[in-house]
Design a protein around this ligand. Structure first.
Ligand code: TYD
Length: 134
């Protein structure tokens, strides 16, 4: 349902480079890329789940915390390197907190933006993961 992935880093005397290729590093078709920056330190982003969306989340600069909840357990990941990605499946509740001022988060997503795909109520999310979608 979610997984922290270590990317292959091509480091040399000049610095570091990560290449993400669809089909190998990214196991879904990338239909959308968005990024988040300038987030207030005390802001909480997310607080929703999706019916049909796969994502790879990469913290390109700075740091932040991603708390993920599959309806059974809740786990917080501290993202602080572009060398890792957080792969998230459908039906995972997410909350993003503790953004540093310089934090830039890039998200690769399997679908175009669809406001109707969001599950914004935690109770509704729990009902769906425990009983299945109607
Ligand atoms: P939202 O998904 O609520 O952000 P977060 O969960 O990180 O707090 O999106 C914030 C706003 O941006 C909302 O008005 C919808 C818009 N938006 C798009 O238009 N396209 C997108 O791909 C995304 C992710 C958001």
């Amino acid at each position: 349902m979610y997984q922290l992935i270590n990317f292959k880093v091509h480091g040399d005397h000049a610095g570091n480079l990560v290449a993400l290729e669809q089909g190998s590093d990214i196991d879904f078709d990338i239909r959308r890329i968005y990024y988040i920056w300038g987030t207030e330190k005390n802001a909480i982003r997310g607080r929703h789940a999706h019916h049909n969306l796969k994502q790879m989340i990469v913290c390109l600069a700075g740091q932040c915390d991603f708390t993920l909840d599959d309806g059974v357990k809740r786990e917080t990941f501290h993202l602080c390197t572009p060398a890792q990605g957080l792969r998230i499946e459908n039906f995972v509740w997410r909350e993003f907190t503790e953004f540093s001022r310089d934090c830039i988060v890039m998200v690769l997503a399997s679908e175009h933006y669809d406001a109707t795909d969001y599950i914004k109520s935690y109770d509704e999310f729990l009902r769906i993961v425990r009983n299945g979608a109607d």
